[in-house]
Design a protein around this ligand. Structure first.
Ligand code: IMP
Ligand code: MG
Length: 181
């Protein structure tokens, strides 16, 4: 890494370290395997933010597992959820009869996850769960069951470990506060 990356003017306090992320993912991986002893769950990762998380999560699951990807757009270049979710890439295969685990980088308003749950429900999966690395503390979010949560997060806009601001900083190995939010 060059001495000027990441620029300190953009990257604020480190909220979750690389080693804390790794330790928590190891726990979630075992939990997912234990919860699916008799089936092969399919992790559905939402591009692009979840790509770093799902790559580590996959390898932390000591049992059969598959992965598929969806691309949606909800935020654009801004920092606030627009509420409008557009599917840019759908699943390669149907999830009918499968144990589906939606893998998110962060659940904020919950609008993206809610939209996707409805989308999957129409295909009648055997089960539908949500796994998110980060859950923003937010009392106004509609009530939803989230099965696996990595970390709860104070109301700060964050970057790193897959999370971007205008496509930048996904490659930081930790979660940091975005200093300019
Ligand atoms: P929601 O629909 O409001 O739950 O937003 C979910 C999506 O917004 C996430 O998958 C992220 O792509 C993006 N997002 C929400 N909060 C942050 C943040 O703090 N940093 C980067 N992206 C975020
Ligand atoms: Mg994003």
């Amino acid at each position: 890494m060059s001495a000027s990356f990441p620029p300190s003017s953009d990257v604020g306090e480190i909220l979750i370290s690389e080693s804390d992320i790794a330790a928590r993912i190891a726990e979630i991986g075992v939990e997912i395997a234990n919860d699916h002893e008799d089936s092969t769950p399919i992790l559905v990762a939402i591009l692009k933010g979840s790509v770093v998380f799902v790559a580590d999560l996959l390898r932390a699951i000591p049992g059969p597992v598959e992965v598929d990807f969806m691309a949606v757009s909800s935020y654009g270049a801004g920092l606030q959820s627009s509420g409008a979710v557009k599917i840019l890439k759908d699943l390669d295969r149907s999830v009918t009869g499968r144990d589906v685990i939606l893998v998110e980088d962060i659940i904020d308003s919950g609008l993206t996850a809610q939209y996707l749950l409805k989308h999957f429900e129409s295909q009648q999966p055997a089960s539908l769960k949500i796994c998110t690395l980060l859950l923003r503390e937010d009392n106004s979010r509609p009530q939803m069951d989230i099965d696996y949560v990595g970390f709860e997060l104070p109301p700060a806009f964050v970057i790193g470990y897959g999370l971007d601001v205008d496509q930048a900083y996904r490659n930081l190995p930790y979660i940091a506060r975005y200093a300019k939010a």
